[in-house]
Design a protein around this ligand. Structure first.
Ligand code: ZN
Length: 342
């Protein structure tokens, strides 16, 4: 099969013939139609933060068709359209057993990120229990981005515990943020989107934000104050995670407010204990999501309740050009590779 292979950190992917995966009794063989690309792929490419054993096939947002199943598989069959739940969890630890498997400390691998080859290839092998079936009607590019952008935004909004009429600020409207704006709106929140360019803030409004703030031209906390009659936001969802966004997010909260941290960088942020305690603020971390979050997000998208976040499509042969475009900051929403998709 054709695959785009990471053979050395800091070097372009090599598009070459790789061995076809052979499946075991519990596996499914999936023909990949599309695969999303995001910032994690750039970190993998650079060997920064993630260093899988090389050679390695990246790609953690694949969507495709099951072509073959192992003898013990009953949950899917050839012809099913599927996407992947990427965390290969142990299924037996206290976190797995209490519905928080995304925190499992004993994961056997993360598809396309470490130990398990991903979707930058014509085929992938995956245990059948790791796939989620897709209903008809979700186009291949939109299906792919649910595997990471969709599930992550859905789980973050769930962690935010929004209630009807609350004001929520979404900081960073790229792939995850494009979904977070829409899910926060569906939760009944009044959505204020924040990003660095007019192009991105205008797009956030198109996706359903009530108002958008250009952080390169306006002070975020002061603007949120003005938009809330001096009160502040009930919740801030930070998808960027730099010191400046964390600081602005904390400053933008009303008393009793919640800061949900999705994105992260090497930055740290000095916490003001007095303000945290006396205003009863909450800081909530969130990581990807549970398999059930992925199932729920598939249903929401299939019901037509969201707009597409895919802004760029690239043919598989141009995987390196696609990664370069992402690195240059030219992707407005999400970029998707067309692999088996015509
Ligand atoms: Zn576990």
């Amino acid at each position: 099969m054709k695959a785009a292979v990471l053979t050395a950190f800091g070097k372009p992917l090599v598009i070459e013939d790789a061995p076809d995966p052979s499946i075991g009794p519990d596996d499914a063989l999936v023909q990949v139609m599309t695969c999303g690309i995001d910032g994690t792929d750039l970190k993998l490419l650079d060997g920064f933060g993630y260093t899988p054993e090389l050679p390695f096939i990246m790609g953690h947002e694949p969507a495709g068709v099951v072509r073959q199943v192992g003898s013990a598989v009953t949950s899917v069959q050839p012809g099913d359209r599927v996407i992947t739940y990427n965390f290969f969890t142990c299924g037996a630890c206290p976190l797995c057993l209490t519905g928080r498997e995304q925190l499992c400390p004993q994961m056997a691998g993360v598809l396309g990120v470490r130990d398990v080859p991903g979707g930058y290839a014509e085929f992938l092998k995956i245990p059948a229990r790791q796939v989620v079936r897709l209903p008809e009607g979700i186009p291949w590019p939109d299906a792919a981005v649910l595997c990471d952008a969709g599930i992550t935004a859905f789980h973050a909004v769930d962690r935010a515990r929004l209630t009807l009429g609350e004001t929520v600020v979404i900081v960073g409207v790229g792939g995850v943020g494009s979904f977070a704006v829409q899910f926060a709106r569906l939760s009944g929140g009044r959505v204020i989107a924040v990003d660095q360019t007019e192009e991105k803030t205008a797009r956030a409004v198109d996706l359903g934000a009530d108002v958008a703030i250009n952080a390169s031209a306006q002070d975020v906390a002061a603007s949120v104050g003005q938009l809330t009659g001096g009160w502040g936001a009930d919740c801030v969802i930070d998808i960027v995670g730099k010191e400046a966004t964390l600081a602005a997010g904390m400053d933008a909260l009303c008393p009793g407010g919640r800061l949900v941290v999705v994105g992260y960088t090497p930055d740290t942020y000095p916490l003001n204990g007095k303000s945290l305690a006396q205003s009863e603020l909450e800081i909530i971390g969130t990581r990807c999501g549970r398999k059930q979050d992925l199932i729920d997000v598939v249903r929401l998208v299939a019901e037509g309740k969201t707009k597409s976040i895919v802004t760029d499509l690239y043919p598989f042969d141009q995987a390196n050009e696609a990664l370069a475009r992402l690195r240059d900051g030219k992707v407005l929403g999400r970029l998707v590779l067309q692999i088996g998709m015509p």
